[in-house]
Design a binder for this molecule. Structure first.
Ligand code: FAD
Length: 472
């Protein structure tokens, strides 16, 4: 007898990241018998969530782990500015308001926090940092779930869902890559992430440029469950080309490189494309507000490659790189190692240096150190690149997660064709993030979407189970 036949579950949770565990824990605490199905093996469980470091949370607290208050209205303004306010604003407001309850919920479930460390200070006031990073955070949630009696199966891939007349009946699960089994439950919560690791799907959407994308996160986020839900009549939300994409070291692994592959030197120097030309204002805003647009900008360049140039004044002013920079005594020496047109790059740097205006460089504020009569301009942190040795990094678009997903309502119920909510199908996390993130990003909101909607989905699924049990 296989495990699925031994138990009759109330709530089936698909996925093993922050959204799934937040949902599973909540449903269990509300009395439901819960099963979590995670496609990954135990050693690499927890999807993109294991790569994370912090959460952006509205708070009035001025003591650690924060360095100051971050009122809800300020977070709301940040969200509107980053996304252009074109998402579902009711759902977005739920996330921003709900964020103020997340720290306590996490701590109640064993997660520990620490103050922001050097190099991350721009986010010290607004974001709470996990002690031990995302893996420690997720280990705590797994421990908490197990202690509560949530059942968890690894290497259990959901490959089909039986959905009829807006109602979930059972899931087909590929266990250990071979055995196909059916799992029935009274309600289901889909928390299986985006589709960024499905390179075929990415190519369908982006065309040939997708071949040059690197995927920062989990290899298992292939969008299988998202596709099944869409095929079974759930409404889609968002634009498939929209994703959180940051510039990462072009030498990084194709998948699962994680946070260390990110390069935060963009604001400190200039970035050129393979023709040796600049293409965007490197100093437009604080890096955490802007890093998510730079992956996309690199994706729009020829061959999806770009190169950051800095000098010895700034080499130690950003998160250390996992691969060493290429260096030289002249800009030409560095450009040559990248096979760039040396004369063009040298002219680009000369033009930039000439355009830099006097000012007091301060990387901790929008310092107004800018260029004059340069197109595109550099609006902040513009310093001459003139102190050897010079350094360069190759950049590729690093896809963090896709925004395209399933449409949900305030109760995390998925919306079916005809604008009706499903009876017993809920969704949380990346799989529905497109409702809130049509484009743009503010650092640390991904997990908040997962936790706030995960908890709602868990509550709603458990409440639905109760109504069914009472009616029986
Ligand atoms: C390098 C990196 C750093 C990041 N840093 C931060 C940060 O500091 N703060 C922040 O807020 N966000 C950060 N993010 C984004 C954040 O990881 C996500 O927004 C968040 O973790 C989403 O949680 P989730 O549970 O929806 O998805 P995931 O954590 O990706 O979980 C999806 C789960 O579904 C499972 N799954 C997929 N398909 C199936 C299937 N068919 N059957 C069963 N299981 C399946 C996967 O194995 C995985 O466990 C980062 C992402 C990356 C890649």
């Amino acid at each position: 007898m296989t495990w699925e036949q031994t138990e009759n579950y109330d709530v089936l949770v698909i996925g093993g990241g922050c959204a799934a565990l937040s949902a599973a824990i909540t449903a269990r605490e509300k009395g439901a018998r819960v099963l979590v199905l995670e496609v990954a093996p135990k050693c690499s469980r927890a999807g993109n969530s294991r790569h994370t470091r912090n959460m952006r949370l509205a708070h009035e607290t001025t003591f650690p782990p924060y360095t100051g208050a971050y009122p809800e209205e300020e977070m709301w303004e940040n969200y509107l500015k980053a996304t252009g306010g074109v998402g579902d604003l009711d759902l977005a407001r739920k996330v921003v308001s709900g964020s103020s309850t997340v720290l306590e919920w996490m701590m109640d479930h064993g997660v520990r926090f620490q103050p922001a460390i050097a190099g991350t200070l721009h986010l010290g006031r607004t974001n709470a940092w996990f002690l031990g990073g995302g893996k420690a955070m997720m280990n705590s949630l797994y421990r908490s779930a197990e202690d509560l009696g949530v059942d968890i199966r690894y290497e259990a891939e959901v490959v089909d869902l039986d959905i009829r007349e807006r109602r979930f009946h059972q899931a087909t699960v590929l266990q250990g890559g071979t055995e196909r089994i059916g799992v029935a439950a009274t309600a289901v919560i889909a928390a299986a992430g985006g589709f960024q690791s499905n390179l075929t799907w990415m190519k369908e959407v982006w065309g040939p440029p997708a071949d040059n994308f690197l995927i920062r996160g989990a290899p298992h986020d292939t969008g299988t469950v998202l596709k099944i839900l869409l095929d079974k009549g759930v409404e889609a939300v968002g634009d498939p080309t929209q994703a959180h994409m940051v510039p990462i070291d072009a030498r990084s692994p194709k998948v699962d490189g994680g946070i260390v592959t990110r390069l935060d030197c963009v604001t400190l120097g200039i970035v050129v494309n393979k023709s040796g030309k600049r293409f965007y204002d490197e100093g437009e805003d604080f890096w955490p507000m802007r890093y998510a647009i730079w992956g996309r900008l690199v994706a729009q360049q020829d061959d999806q490659i770009a190169y950051a140039f800095i000098d010895s004044k700034t080499i130690d002013k950003f998160m250390p790189s996992v691969f060493p920079a290429l260096s030289g005594q002249t800009i030409a020496e560095v450009a040559e190692q990248f096979n760039l047109p040396v004369d063009v790059v040298t002219a680009t740097v000369d033009d930039y240096n000439t355009a830099v205006q006097p000012g007091e460089f301060d990387h901790t504020v929008l310092d107004g150190c800018k260029t004059k009569d340069l197109d595109p301009p550099k609006s902040h942190w513009a310093q001459r690149i003139d102190e050897p040795p010079f350094y360069g990094y190759p950049l590729r678009p690093g896809v963090t997660f896709t925004y395209f997903g399933v449409k949900v309502n305030q109760h995390a119920a998925v919306i079916m064709e005809g604008a009706e909510p499903a009876t017993n199908i809920f969704a949380a996390g990346e799989i529905m993030s497109g409702n809130i993130l049509p484009k743009g990003y503010i650092g640390g909101i991904g997990l908040v979407i997962g936790n706030v909607f995960g908890r709602t989905a868990g509550e709603q699924a458990a409440a639905y189970v109760k109504t069914i049990q009472q009616a029986a």
